[in-house]
Design a protein around this ligand. Structure first.
Ligand SMILES: *Cc1c(COP(=O)(O)O)cnc(C)c1O
Length: 393
């Protein structure tokens, strides 16, 4: 059986896959089993921040792989300590806990917020999230996700979540009752369609959290690790959150998740409150050390520049209605064309994009060069001019 047939026969079909079998990659290019090359604007959904086969990352993970692959967290290991120290130094956060994914990071953030609330008052357990948010696929993070489509089949869900309409300050004030222990937001909704929150709304959340001793949790699973041109996207808004969750780009290809705790909550979780067999795995952490090293201020500055350049070029296309997002996390709305059809046509032409709701979503590796940005824009321009019939709604 070939790979596609074997997958369909034996892997549970929870993904709508595209009919291509990927085999290898280098830099910002992927190659399928027929040898066809693709310029990658997906980065494994925001994971491969340094692209594929980044020499320093490969070197660090390979050396760690032949030294110590895994050991229980009942012992100390250097790589996770290094990553935690760097994350704290660069953010002002105080402690880090390592897990394996974005959902697990958010799950831990929710546990910490619940415990923090519980210690003040047993009824302070509600967590406000936003409508159209996305926080993960476990039962509790699905409950946290403010989209009805995710609230089918798996009920009863974890209780005590409520959903505020994004950018609606009066809805926020109405729902912020004394049982709320935390507010959890993505500053740019990713899966929801690359939608940045309005600064005034973010500021209202921040103030409310300070006034009523609610924890401010920022889900940076997609927006973090340089994606928007800052180490974490909340930095654009001058926030100092209580909890930050990270995963995707921190791993750059190996599974890792991290929860950063600020001063107020650094002592909340204690021995026995959470554990994860693979959490802080030395190989994944050795890779994360390189990711953070590479994301210097100069590197982040370039991500911002490349993002503005790309946004400007896309906005200049006749068929484009608007471009949302920051840095190298962009969403394109077309006047006529259907984003999914554009994505499929682009794949034929050797260019990989994502979609998010009705937008074309661009999450290229952060190391992408200007020539590749130009290549993507001219390929899109060509599709939107020559293939308009094929890609129109
Ligand atoms: C991808 C994502 C998650 C879930 O991460 P997993 O590693 O797939 O569990 C959570 N929150 C946001 C904002 C995400 O983009």
């Amino acid at each position: 059986m070939n790979t596609i047939d074997k997958t369909q026969a034996h892997i549970t079909p929870t993904y709508n896959r595209l009919s291509v079998v990927m085999e290898k990659a280098e830099g910002c290019h992927l190659y399928d089993t027929s040898g066809k090359g693709y310029l990658d604007f997906t980065a494994g959904i925001g994971v491969n921040a340094l692209g594929y086969n980044h020499p320093k990352w490969v070197n660090a993970t390979q050396s760690q792989l032949t030294a110590l692959q895994h050991i229980s967290n009942i012992y100390y290991t250097k790589p996770s300590a290094d990553v935690a120290e760097t994350l704290c130094t660069r953010t002002g956060m105080k402690h880090v806990l390592f897990v394996n994914s974005g959902a697990e990071s958010n799950e831990v953030a929710i546990k910490a917020a619940r415990k923090y609330g519980h210690q003040q008052n047993k009824d302070k357990h509600k967590i406000l999230t936003l409508k159209n948010s996305f926080h993960g696929r476990t039962v509790t993070t699905l409950a946290a996700t403010g989209q009805d489509v995710f609230h089918q089949y798996f009920d009863p869900f974890t209780e005590s979540f409520d959903y505020v309409e994004a950018n609606n300050i009066s809805d926020l004030m109405n729902k912020a009752d004394p049982t709320v222990c935390a507010i959890m937001i993505e500053v740019i909704q990713g899966e929801g369609g690359v939608i940045p929150l309005e600064p005034a709304f973010i500021e209202a959340i921040d103030q409310l959290c300070r006034q009523q001793d609610m924890l401010l949790i920022i889900d940076e699973v997609q927006t973090g690790i340089g994606r928007t041109g800052k180490l974490f996207a909340y930095e654009h808004f001058g926030l100092q959150p209580d909890i930050v969750t990270s995963a995707k780009g921190l791993g750059n290809g190996l599974p890792i998740g991290a929860i950063l705790f600020g001063e107020k909550v650094k002592g909340t979780l204690e021995a026995g409150d959470h554990g994860s067999t693979f959490g802080g795995n030395p190989v994944a952490a050795a890779g994360a050390t390189v990711v953070l090293d590479e994301l210097s201020e100069a590197f982040l500055e370039k991500v911002l520049e490349k993002g503005s350049y790309l946004k400007e070029k896309l906005e200049a296309l006749d068929a484009v209605e608007s471009v949302s997002g920051m840095g190298l996390m962009l969403g394109v709305t077309f006047k006529q064309a259907n984003a999914k059809a554009v994505m499929l046509e682009a794949m034929e032409e050797g260019l990989l994009f994502l979609t998010a709701k009705d937008k074309l979503r661009l999450l290229p590796p952060l190391i992408i060069d200007q020539a590749s940005l130009d290549e993507a824009v001219s390929c899109l321009a060509h599709i939107l001019a020559e293939k308009m019939q094929e890609v129109t709604k």
